[in-house]
Design a protein around this ligand. Structure first.
Ligand code: F0G
Length: 351
């Protein structure tokens, strides 16, 4: 492949794959680290967005999936399975299609955004809707993989998180240092775990001198890590992080504690406000879950927990096109104005 070779080849010395394995890649990674002038002005910090919606299937999951599917293919098994709130299933379906593997996805009925479902359908996944939430789906996927010849590609598969570390490495490579603070939305808690181990690995190897404080943000209706106890009926507009019992609970707590970070809840109202602000002021269209990191940034900068002048990276985890319904919902100006051909300038108040 000409140009960027995908994360396994770009970080070959840090991502072990089985001897002789064929790398399954769609060119994931190398996503923009975009300066955010509006957020910087609002917070008095130097704010950057790590735009993970720019990955091939529109979310950060591709970084882990290239590694998971490369291993799955090398294992000789013909099928993979995952539970998902949508993005993992979209990513698994695409990489499995590329590798010629069968892919089964378990999703919570009626709770996955339209774009994500469309992806799984077109990539040819076997889609099973479960009358339950993500946590129920994950339990079923784990059981199925334990008893049958099928590879589980959720982030409980450790190779997924190895791939997801690359986002932290890219940030350090581009900035020439680690940020002071890193803000992330947290659902199943794999990504915050992966980022922290990526930063820690770079620091241990002397590539960077410092590590960031990890700020993990959850939606108030689905905030088990903030409360310190599982939530049996998680609820939030940010369906991607509608998770009540995160699989990577312990390593995520360790990431927070070792880095001097925090877990904090943000309301759906603030998530949607950050979602609209990102689109209208920064020109970056993300899905609601992704805006959780920015809602958290705004809250913790406002109350002084983020010192002015800090270098802050917010990961925006998935593309806005994943969830068109939420973009149009409750938007009074959504109905385009009917206009006569001769009246365009007048309608725009240009004359
Ligand atoms: N943002 C988006 C857009 C996600 O899809 C997810 C997780 C997260 C944040 C949280 O990351 O789980 O590593 O803490 N989505 C999973 C899925 C659960 O099934 O696609 P996490």
């Amino acid at each position: 492949t000409p140009g960027w070779p995908g994360i396994i080849n770009a970080y070959a010395d840090r991502i072990p794959i089985p001897e002789g394995a064929t790398v399954v890649t769609l060119g994931e990674g190398n996503t923009p680290l975009l300066a955010a002038p509006h957020l910087s002005a609002l917070t008095g910090c130097e704010v950057y967005l790590k735009v993970e919606g720019a990955n091939p299937t529109g979310s950060f999951k591709d970084r882990g999936m290239t590694v998971a599917i490369t291993h799955a293919l090398a294992s000789g098994l013909q099928a993979v399975i995952c539970a998902s709130t949508g993005n993992t299933s979209a990513s698994a379906s695409a990489y499995a299609a590329r590798a010629g593997l069968t892919c089964a996805v378990l999703v919570p009925q009626g709770k996955i955004a339209l774009g994500k479902l469309a992806q799984a359908v077109l990539h040819g996944a076997r889609i099973l809707q479960v009358d339950g939430n993500f946590d129920d789906c994950l339990e079923l996927a784990r059981k199925t993989a334990a008893d049958h010849p099928v590879t589980l590609v959720n982030s409980v598969n450790p190779v997924r998180l190895v791939g997801q570390k690359t986002a932290a490495w890219e940030i350090c490579d581009v900035l020439g240092r680690a940020p002071d603070i890193h803000c992330l939305p947290v659902g199943n808690a794999g990504n915050i775990t992966a980022y922290w181990s990526g930063y820690a690995e770079y620091a241990a190897d002397g590539v960077v001198e410092t590590t960031p404080r990890m700020f993990g943000f959850q939606a108030s209706g689905a905030a088990p890590l903030v409360h310190g106890a599982p939530v049996s009926e998680p609820e939030t507009v940010a369906t991607a992080i509608r998770v009540g019992s995160p699989a990577s609970w312990e390593p995520a707590v360790k990431a927070k504690n070792s880095s001097g970070g925090i877990f904090e809840a943000v309301t759906d109202e603030r998530i949607l406000a950050a979602y609209r602000l990102l689109a209208s002021k920064e020109g970056v269209f993300v899905e609601p879950a992704s805006a959780t990191s920015v809602a958290g940034l705004l809250a913790t900068a406002a109350d002084g927990r983020i010192p002015r002048g800090s270098t802050v990276v917010c990961t925006v985890t998935g593309h806005g096109l994943k969830d068109p319904a939420t973009a149009l919902e409750g938007n009074v100006e959504v109905e385009p104005l009917a206009v006569d051909p001769g009246a365009v300038a007048a309608a725009l108040e240009l004359v």
